[in-house]
Design a protein around this ligand. Structure first.
Ligand code: ADP
Length: 513
């Protein structure tokens, strides 16, 4: 098991200590990852040079564990293992892969509590949200255990009597999978579920803040009977990460890169992948507009906003960022929203009962949120609630409500990734659409209206990959998740998610006279 400095196992530490805090008692899942080890080629191994780095709990800064700080030497081992394993894995039947994915789903469901504890410990999100993440993450394994049976090809009507034509869909090969810290389980299952279904093997590079969820995932894969080399986890510190990313992009043995994270890093990976003409899928930053029209049901809009703005303390790429409220209902919306924020947002340690808003992931995140609020106030925004670091200290930030925000202020120009609701008043539909579409990002967008014609018009006009109409939570394994413009390339989940991991091959069978 992963050992803490004081010799206790990570799981025992998280569960015993936090069980005491939140009053949950459950038997330990036997995650057996040895000290300072990661999972490469079916074995738990240390970095070749023995380097490790700490993982800490953002709620109190406590060190949870140390994990290997892999270098490109360790990555080479993972690449070779995944490349060799692909030779057999690609020839497994869809039914065999379905069975393994279903087993991984079942193991997630049997261990929801323990896996959720790991998430809350390394991300800080409230335990109930971590439980939701595991249910959501597991749903991709279930979904792809079913979709794998439907990776069909085509038989094409031939224009020649002596030739028959087929298209078949084949796995691309080794997938390099780079994931963020905000959904440390679900961002892995959404990618790996599709990759395994397609018949690809994977190298997962989890975020340096949250490698423990990735190691728990590897342990589950191992127990579910995933063959050695099919899933590998390369943990690395921020220092070693750029060289790992570069090598994944430039290796001829890696066929595709799937990345979720910042636009800046996504662009770099896209450039680095050009040298090998690699398939690349990117889920990058958003700057989601949330438009409330005069006809909207204000209560519903407030409730949708609370969910889409404050989930994971505002740290999701589909979180609302720019709130646009039409003039006639602006004041009543602001008043209802401030009531909801005061009543529903309880700041604290994610393990504590009743907490709905945890800490931010790290100091860098706090500085960014603080900078956005400061910039808005200095430029004339009105502060209604919050506005500063929380008195709990650490990485906690007060839930904040700003009005009279304008489109040149930072909370509108950039993704804030924190618990800040920034509101701008508008007058006409055209104006709202123009502002919503003025961003380089185009991931998710939301709007509330009760007018049918307006709903159809705005849903078509808004430049995003996903639209929530009178709905603030749109993610599910059945949905095609992805963005347009600088928010990314490709789709995850849904029946289209597998397309990122397959190539179409055209077969022409001649000589049929
Ligand atoms: P954030 O700023 O939210 O941490 P990042 O895009 O930096 O977002 O991180 C998302 C993922 O990308 C993490 O796994 C991180 O380690 C990884 N990452 C960061 N920089 C690079 C890089 N140069 N090459 C490859 N991966 C990177």
């Amino acid at each position: 098991m992963v050992m803490l400095q004081n010799g206790k196992t990570i799981l025992r530490c998280i569960i015993q200590k936090k069980d005491f805090l939140c009053g949950i008692k459950r038997p330990l899942h036997h995650f057996r990852f040895p000290k300072d080890s990661t999972y490469i080629n079916g074995k738990w191994i240390s970095a070749k040079d023995g380097s490790i780095f700490p993982v800490s709990n953002p709620a109190d800064g406590e060190t949870l564990a140390f994990v290997p700080d892999c270098s490109t030497v360790d990555l080479d081992e993972a690449i070779n293992g995944a490349h060799d394993a692909f030779k057999e894995w690609k020839n497994t039947t869809a039914k065999e892969r379905s069975y393994i994915l279903r087993k991984m789903f079942n193991l997630h469901m049997e261990n929801v509590g323990d896996l959720a504890h790991i998430i809350t410990a390394e991300v800080g999100k409230p335990l109930q949200e971590s439980v939701s993440e595991i249910n959501y993450g597991a749903s991709f394994l279930e979904w792809f255990s079913e979709e794998v049976r439907r990776i069909y090809g085509d038989i094409v009507p031939s224009p020649f009597k002596n030739k028959q034509m087929f298209f078949i869909r084949q796995p691309v090969g080794v997938a390099g999978i780079i994931t963020p810290w905000n959904f440390p389980n679900a961002m892995i299952t959404r990618k790996v579920g599709a990759a395994l279904a397609a018949g690809c093997t994977c190298i997962i590079k989890p975020a340096e803040d949250t490698p423990l969820s990735a190691l728990a995932f590897a342990d589950i894969a191992d127990k579910a009977g995933v063959p050695p080399g099919v899933i590998n986890v390369v943990t690395s510190s921020r220092k070693n990460t750029p060289s790992i990313g570069k090598k994944l992009c430039e290796s001829h043995k890696v066929a595709t890169i799937s990345f979720t994270g910042s636009t800046e890093v996504g662009k770099m990976l896209l450039m680095n992948s050009a040298s090998t003409v690699k398939k690349v899928s990117l889920e990058l930053g958003g700057n989601a507009p949330f438009i409330v029209f005069n006809s909207a049901n204000v209560k519903q809009a407030v409730s949708g906003l609370m969910a889409s703005k404050f989930r994971n303390s505002g740290q999701t790429c589909v979180c609302t960022n720019r709130i646009l409220v039409q003039d006639k209902i602006h004041d009543s919306f602001v008043s209802e929203l401030s009531k909801a924020m005061k009543n529903q947002l309880i700041v604290g340690n994610g393990f504590d009962t009743g907490v709905t808003l945890g800490p931010l992931i790290n100091q860098h995140a706090v500085e960014k949120v603080e900078g956005h609020v400061k910039n808005a106030i200095e430029n004339g925004a009105n502060l209604v609630i919050g506005g500063k670091r929380h008195s709990r200290g650490g990485t906690y930030f007060e839930p904040t409500l700003l009005t009279q925000v304008t489109k040149d202020m930072l909370p509108f120009c950039e993704e804030t990734f924190g618990p800040v609701a920034a509101i701008m008043k508008f007058s006409t539909e055209e104006e709202a659409i123009e502002i919503a579409n003025s961003s380089k990002s185009g991931l998710a967008g939301y709007f509330y209206s009760e007018e049918v014609a307006q709903i159809v018009r705005v849903a078509k006009a808004i430049e995003v990959g996903m639209v929530g109409v009178n709905e603030g939570i749109i993610s599910t394994s059945e949905a095609a998740f992805g963005g347009i413009k600088e928010s990314g390339i490709g789709r995850e989940g849904s029946r289209y998610g597998i397309d990122e991991y397959v190539e179409m091959k055209y077969i022409c069978l001649g000589g049929l006279n």
